[in-house]
Design a protein around this ligand. Structure first.
Ligand code: NAD
Length: 620
């Protein structure tokens, strides 16, 4: 019966009548009880309550109307509403006092006891608030603390959703009030999961949001590929709900530890690429545990994540090398805060400085070297090819030479999809570095490998932080070309796959990471604008700036001469290419000379000789 009463669909007029009747009863009760208390439960006949009550009722109802008390949510009465109710009662009681004691029309109220005002005020606040809390109290009694939070729909009635609801119950959650699930599994329709009903499929989100007055949506399917998340976002966007949250990676589900504190606001990373790779952590532990690890470019997007992940495998020491002292300092501070950072040694150095590199190898004797130091900005390196050569080619060669000299066990170079059929100096220099790694490996029977992958989401200087800034400052968002596409993977996922590839490499391999489907940059821009609750082209304009020097519309992950071979890990492939460039050292020496002399055309010409597929773009 009570359930029926609570779920009756209320029109505005019904709601107002409901509050009119309820508040009138509360005001009447308050004044009556105030008289009872004042006169020890026997009100003398001289007091004309039939006159007092309608007068006080009239004044207070008018004041409550003015304070909008009839428009309060019956389900969400909280501290803010209690303050408003108290204010309305102060004004109401003050007006009643004025009318009765100051104006006292026709002497009707002569002899009205003053002490009644205080008791009436307190009782009236108490009754009016209590009346508005009734529904919440009832819901709390029947449904626990869920009654107090935002009306929430959970997308996904799988492991993550179940663990989440269980934790919400356990924690006596008050932020969210889950009303049910949606799930596309036909077998789950209409069933109860963890005491909550599966109310429909993801296509039903708009209808359910309207019907249930949903205020918040929690997406609890961490294993969903980005296409599924994009579809869910399309459905959510048809609704006015803007409080969209997600629960994080699959790993947490496997560990069975999804908690309320894992819930975070949805970000573009969740829509484009998700941290979902599972790896053989034992092989990575075997490679890293107890060893001295050297990470170059440790202050950068990839390098810093490599350090973060490496320290979880209990290495003896991680030497974090970078030329940028600020980035290194920030990383060090972060690690100190998180884990003490005792076994991380920051080293400020330039990979292009052979003497310094030797000294570092001699001092630390690293067992594993991971080279993530690079100059990566394509248009910038078109202007400074000598710098791209110095860092990407000669820096890598210095590290390779030192690795041979100081008997490094494993050398891993981070490469990029821009190295394939390069159209830029940056891509051509990274490709030359790959060739160097293979050459050094072949000559020394070492375990030197490269891992190639496409764009990661949110790295420094990538489109996402740039779009973020542009949107926050009101636009426009600048996209180079409407058809430009890029791969997107989360940085943690790329790095764990790099470590997995490194652990499985026997030497000389170029590993490729399966990046999923490439995404149009225009789509990324639109999604990000929508995530800010704005409309692309309406609230934030998108303008096309034209391709920049060295940029390509699409990136490949393999050259035409390479064949791919699946490894034991479904997301890691090997590029098979048996030809080793035997004259690479001679060519790199020429490249070094051209770079020292700052002879840009010569640098381009030598790079073209080393990498015949290099298609340099002509710049003015
Ligand atoms: N970010 C991506 O989307 C992505 C994708 C695939 C591959 N990669 C490759 O990963 C590598 C690292 O990229 P990132 O995104 O981390 O770049 P980043 O700019 O964030 O980091 C590079 C780091 O190298 C350091 N560095 C530059 N020159 C140096 C020198 N001479 N000596 C020592 N340190 C030096 C920089 O200070 C910086 O901290 C690059 O080769 C890049 O091509 C990046």
């Amino acid at each position: 019966m009570i359930n029926k009463l609570l779920s009756v669909k209320r029109t505005l007029a019904m709601r107002r009548w409901f509050y009119f009747v309820g508040d009138s009863s509360c005001i009447t009760l308050a004044i009556y009880v105030a008289f009872l208390l004042r006169f020890d439960w026997k009100i003398p006949g001289a007091y004309n309550l039939l006159l007092y009550i309608p007068s006080i009722l009239l004044i207070k109802l008018l004041v409550f109307w003015f304070f909008n008390l009839h428009n309060m949510s019956w389900t969400h009465t909280g501290p803010h509403e209690v303050v408003t109710i108290t204010k309305a009662n102060i004004v109401g009681s003050a007006l009643v006092f004025l009318v009765i004691h100051v104006f006292n029309p026709a002497q009707f109220f002569t002899g009205f006891p003053r002490s009644i005002f205080v008791a009436d005020f307190v009782l009236c606040v108490f009754f009016i608030t209590g009346f508005r809390l009734l529904k919440r109290l009832y819901l709390h009694y029947t449904k626990g603390s869920f009654a107090f939070g935002k009306q929430t729909l959970i997308v996904g009635a799988g492991d993550a959703g179940v663990l989440l609801v269980k934790d919400m119950r356990h924690q006596n959650e008050t932020t969210w009030a889950p009303l049910g699930f949606v799930d596309d599994d036909p077998g789950k329709q209409g069933i109860d999961v963890c005491g909550l009903r599966v109310l429909g499929k993801t296509n039903d989100i708009p209808e359910l949001v309207e019907k249930l007055k949903i205020e918040s949506i929690l997406v609890a399917i961490p294993s969903a590929p980005s296409k599924v998340i994009q579809h869910i976002m399309e459905e959510i966007r048809k609704t006015p709900v803007r409080d969209i949250r997600v629960v994080p990676g699959v790993k947490r589900i496997l560990e069975g530890t999804v908690t309320v504190s894992d819930i975070k606001e949805i970000a573009i990373e969740d829509i484009l690429g998700r941290e979902e790779a599972t790896v053989d952590t034992e092989s990575i532990r075997k490679m890293l545990s107890g060893k001295v690890l050297l990470v170059t470019g440790a202050g950068g997007s990839i390098g810093s994540e490599v350090v973060r992940q490496m320290i979880k495998y209990e290495p003896r020491k991680v030497v974090a090398l970078d030329i940028d002292e600020t980035d290194l300092f920030n990383l060090q501070q972060e690690l100190i805060q998180k884990s003490g950072g005792e076994n991380v040694v920051p080293v400020v150095a330039d990979v292009g400085d052979w003497t310094k590199i030797q000294r570092i190898f001699e001092a630390f004797s690293p067992g594993i070297v991971l080279n993530a130091a690079a100059y990566k900005h394509v248009p910038m390196m078109e202007s400074y090819p000598e710098e791209a050569v110095r860092v990407n080619v000669l820096g890598t060669m210095n590290l390779l030479n030192a690795s041979i000299k100081y008997h490094v066990e494993r050398f891993v170079m981070i490469s990029t999809d821009k190295a394939i059929n390069p159209s830029s100096v940056m891509g051509a220099t990274k490709r030359t570095a790959e060739e160097l790694v293979r050459f050094y490996n072949s000559k020394n029977h070492a375990r030197f490998i490269s891992v190639r992958f496409g764009n990661v989401v949110g790295s420094r200087g990538s489109v996402i932080p740039i779009f973020q800034k542009q949107i926050v400052s009101g636009g426009p968002v600048t996209v180079t070309h409407k058809d430009m596409k890029r791969y997107f993977m989360s940085i943690p996922e790329a790095v764990i796959l790099v470590l997995q590839a490194a652990a499985s490499g026997t030497g000389g391999e170029i590993f490729l990471l399966d990046m999923g489907e490439p995404v149009r940059i225009l789509t990324v821009a639109e999604e990000m604008i929508r995530l800010h609750g704005l409309a692309p082209d309406k609230d934030i304009p998108i303008i096309f700036t034209g391709m920049r020097p060295g940029e390509k519309l699409y990136e490949d992950l393999m050259t035409p001469l390479e064949k791919s071979e699946q490894t034991a890990h479904p997301k890691i492939f090997k590029a098979i290419n048996d030809t080793i460039k035997t004259d690479i050292i001679k060519q790199v020496a020429l490249l070094e000379k051209a770079a020292v002399e700052g002879d840009k055309p010569r640098i381009i010409a030598i790079l073209k000789e080393i990498i015949p597929a290099y298609n340099p773009q002509l710049h003015p």
